[in-house]
Design a protein around this ligand. Structure first.
Ligand SMILES: Cc1ncc(COP(=O)(O)O)c(C=O)c1O
Length: 404
């Protein structure tokens, strides 16, 4: 059976060039970059090279890059590091209702410790209105944290406008750019963000390594204590192999960003077209104009999302759920809920996210098999009677009872 991986917003395979770059660090080049001897110096050279590569993809300076263990750690360092450093100025953070849990759960913890957070709402397409963000600013606001692109729907926030607005108010601006890196151009000289989190495993790099861009001169308190590494902002012996892999993945992004953006857009459009042509009443979630080139979040009415994922897995297609479906709206996607989605959408949505390794063939395979899977599930659905009323003669393709 073919295996088609279309869950690249969860994680990506590694580029061959990344593995190749990392291998020497797992064999001979094992030194601790903090050591002064030859082994340490060799590792230190690799660390510097990688820091320059990561900085370059953001158009930042190498000293503005703080390596972390992942995007989640970068988000936490940005939030708590700012809240601690600016404690005497205020205790209020602004974020959105659709952030990744790395920001949302951190904000909830901040509230438990006495902080105040405003969660700005989005519209039914997942868009944020910069005027709502501006209206949420209070005298004691110390940080605005808004994601560059949403991991579930791919909706892109107008970060340039939002960060410029924050700057005019003299408020620090953080963006979670974990999904934006590698898919959209990022230039911190052009976009006045103060803090920006990224993660290697979303761009063909290894897991367990991320970075926080910290604008030159910004005061930040560490979350991890115990060493001088990363300018005392992130103590702990460097993950040299991970950092080298991250650097190489960033170089790949610099070399391929624009061609890859175009290629992924074409593939995603073909996928959307192919599925819409065959599955009646399918609908798309998110802002289709301002969207990541690789992401398609779809609702298949009357098909239980979790069941669809399992059935897709049986034909070799790895996708993911836009919502946790089994317990109805209770465990459903906070992103779709914030978009005021109805129960059908909360229960019947699936995310397909493309990556650098996906080909036209992969897309055609999904266009061929996904509608059949939907048809099969509809035939078994208790809501099938309702469905015929709904005129959901989903597809004309045959149902093969032996298909997996
Ligand atoms: C938008 C966003 N932020 C943060 C993270 C967390 O990144 P990491 O897995 O590197 O901790 C993710 C991962 O899915 C994400 O999509």
């Amino acid at each position: 059976m073919r295996q088609i991986y279309m869950d690249n917003n969860a994680t990506t395979p590694l580029h061959a060039e990344v593995v190749e770059a990392m291998l020497p660090c797992l064999h001979n080049n094992f030194g601790n970059p903090s050591s002064i001897h030859w082994a340490g110096r060799q590792a230190s050279v690799l660390l510097q090279q990688a820091r320059a590569q990561v900085a370059s993809v953001l158009n930042a300076e190498p000293h503005e890059i703080i390596f972390t263990s992942c995007g989640t750690e970068g988000d936490n360092l940005a939030l708590f590091g700012s809240a601690d450093a600016l404690r005497t100025r205020g205790n209020h953070i602004i974020t959105s209702a659709v952030e990744h849990p790395a920001v949302l759960d951190a904000c909830r913890y901040f509230e438990e410790r006495g902080g105040r957070v405003t969660y700005v709402a989005v519209d039914s397409n997942g868009r944020i209105d910069p005027a709502d963000v501006e209206a949420a600013i209070e005298a004691d606001t110390v940080l605005i944290s808004l994601m560059w692109a949403n991991n579930e729907t791919g909706t892109v926030f107008p970060i340039e406008q939002l960060s410029a607005m924050a700057r005019t108010h003299g408020i620090r601006f953080h963006t979670d750019a974990v999904q934006a890196l590698g898919r959209l151009p990022i230039d911190v000289q052009h976009t006045p963000v103060d803090l920006l989190s990224i993660s290697a495993h979303k761009i063909g790099g290894p897991k367990g390594i991320g970075a926080l861009y910290v604008r030159d001169g910004l005061e930040l308190s560490p979350r991890m204590h115990g060493g001088h590494q990363e300018k005392h902002l992130r103590a702990g012996t460097h993950n040299v192999a991970g950092i080298v892999g991250f650097g190489r993945a960033c170089q790949w992004v610099e070399e391929h960003l624009y061609t890859e953006h175009e290629r992924l857009t074409l593939l995603r459009n073909r996928l959307e077209e192919g599925l819409f042509a065959q599955v009646e009443h399918v609908s798309r979630n998110g802002d289709s104009e301002n969207c990541l080139p690789n992401t398609l979040n779809l609702t298949f009415p009357y098909v239980e999302g979790e069941g669809l994922l399992l059935a897709l897995d049986m034909v070799g297609i790895a996708a993911s759920s836009g919502s946790a479906c089994t317990s109805g709206a209770e465990g459903a996607s906070h992103v779709l809920k914030a978009m005021n989605a109805d129960d059908m959408t909360l229960n019947s949505s699936v995310r397909l996210s493309l990556g650098f390794h996906n080909t036209e063939d992969d897309v055609e395979y999904v266009v061929e098999h996904l509608p059949r899977v939907v048809q099969r599930l509809l035939a078994m659905s208790p809501a099938f009677d309702e469905l015929s009323e709904y005129e959901c003669d989903v597809i004309s393709c045959e149902i093969d009872p032996h298909a997996h």
